[in-house]
Design a protein around this ligand. Structure first.
Ligand SMILES: Cc1cc2nc3c(=O)[nH]c(=O)nc-3n(C[C@H](O)[C@H](O)[C@H](O)COP(=O)(O)OP(=O)(O)OC[C@H]3O[C@@H](n4cnc5c(N)ncnc54)[C@H](O)[C@@H]3O)c2cc1C
Length: 382
């Protein structure tokens, strides 16, 4: 008799919901937990048939990666279509991979913004018009379940997700022997911030925006390297808040003060560790520091991945992995000294105290300076 995720006490996990997709009795759902992250729960334990599939497919519960990577091809890449490149977060390779897969009879399971609930969510796109909703990184955790449930695994799909989601999903595909129907794409992942931060932040902008209609996290009007922007359009107005002007959501996210517990303690997907066919990201390193339009790092771990990348409408330039992945995180994020104080602001019932949060973030960056100097000195001495 196998234990299910509840008996195994799988909480504060990656929140990918592949356990729920896999459950033959469909008795697993997900909800946002007290820390602001998705977590699975069982709705009627007495109907559980103890098949153990939920635990078997769980990347959080099982050690290692589901893909045994023996090779990789690495490129810089960007869409040949300038308007796609401009509108996407980086170089538009994500969009072009999906568009090429669509033209080959695949459907796309990707992430769009749901303005009714102010969440990111997976959805299925069957044509280019629907695919347009996937454009752009949403730097919040996606609610994966409804989108995944819409996928008939007997059809062909390209699935985009965080590395943990993709790793669980490959475990599931192996169990049901449908791996050949899927192309799996992840990205270099910083981690996801809490919905407590995101929703409280939106509330602080509510007077300006009214009911939110759309949100974008990146905007390349001032160039790719200055493209971290919260652009919130609402019924009553618009907020356009850049990281370089001190936007508090982006600052808090990138300070690692409120990522998921599993992002700090259990992520096993940094740098070249992936179970995807293709990994994409920003080529933030020195190679393209003068580019203003956006360049993707594109890593292929399987022949299937390389084939799709080469068929896509993208310019590709060969680079070795370490050069194209320069400045990507090699290790999991660590909790900064201000961590508990930030959580205290997020978990209380009061509106977000932006002044206090900014003060904490400023202290954090001052505390970081000695660390940066030591790191630079060690580098020079080496
Ligand atoms: C939470 C998060 C953290 C990231 N951390 C890093 C990082 O540390 N380093 C780095 O180089 N890149 C990171 N990225 C990836 C980067 O932001 C770009 O998404 C990537 O470079 C692809 O750009 P593009 O122009 O090809 O994609 P686009 O064509 O703009 O498409 C973006 C793709 O990302 C998918 N997507 C959007 N939001 C989410 C989400 N919340 N969850 C799952 N999939 C999503 C969409 O479905 C779409 O397929 C991160 C992305 C996210 C969402």
């Amino acid at each position: 008799m196998n234990a299910n995720i509840e008996e195994l006490e799988i909480t504060n996990c990656f929140g990918c919901a592949v356990c729920a997709k896999a459950c033959p009795k469909q008795i697993i759902k997900t909800r946002i937990n007290e820390y602001g992250f998705y977590e699975p729960y069982i709705i009627s334990g007495d109907t559980c048939i103890r098949c153990g599939l939920c635990a078997d497919v769980c990347s959080f519960h099982n050690a290692g990666l589901s893909l045994d990577v023996t090779r990789l091809d690495s490129f810089a890449g960007y869409s040949n279509n300038d308007s796609v490149r401009q509108r996407c977060s980086t170089g538009g390779v994500g969009f072009e991979l999906a568009a090429t897969a669509l033209s080959q009879g695949y459907k796309v399971c990707a992430v769009r913004y749901n303005a009714s609930n102010n969440i990111a969510e997976h959805f299925v796109a069957s044509n280019i018009e629907e695919l347009k909703y996937s454009v752009g990184s949403k730097y919040i955790q996606s609610d994966t379940l409804a989108g995944m449930m819409k996928m008939d695994i007997n059809d062909k799909y390209i699935l985009f997700g965080t590395p943990c989601h993709i790793d669980s999903f490959r475990r599931y595909l192996r169990k049901v022997k449908k791996e050949s129907n899927f192309i799996l794409v992840d990205f270099f992942c910083h981690g996801v911030p809490s919905y407590l931060l995101y929703h409280k932040y939106l509330d602080t902008k509510g007077q300006q925006t009214g009911k939110v209609k759309s949100v974008s996290w990146r905007d390349k009007t001032d160039g790719w390297h200055d493209s971290w922007v919260m652009d919130i359009r609402g019924e009553e107005g618009r907020v356009h808040a850049k990281l370089s002007d001190g936007d508090v959501f982006l600052k808090t996210f990138l300070s690692d003060s409120c990522l998921g517990k599993a992002c700090y303690d259990n992520c096993k997907f940094k740098y070249r560790n992936s179970s995807a066919d293709i990994r994409i990201g920003d080529a933030w390193g020195r190679l393209y520091q003068k580019d203003s339009k956006g360049v993707n790092a594109v890593i292929c771990f399987t022949d299937k991945g390389t084939t799709l990348v080469k068929q896509s409408n993208c310019t590709l330039i060969d680079h070795d992995f370490d050069s194209i992945a320069e400045y990507q995180m090699k290790h999991n994020a660590t909790r900064p000294l201000i961590f508990n104080l930030v959580w205290r602001l997020l978990k209380n019932d009061a509106p977000l105290d932006v002044v206090k949060l900014n003060r904490l973030l400023n202290i954090n960056s001052i505390l970081h300076i000695p660390g940066r100097i030591i790191k630079k000195t060690v580098k020079i001495l080496r």
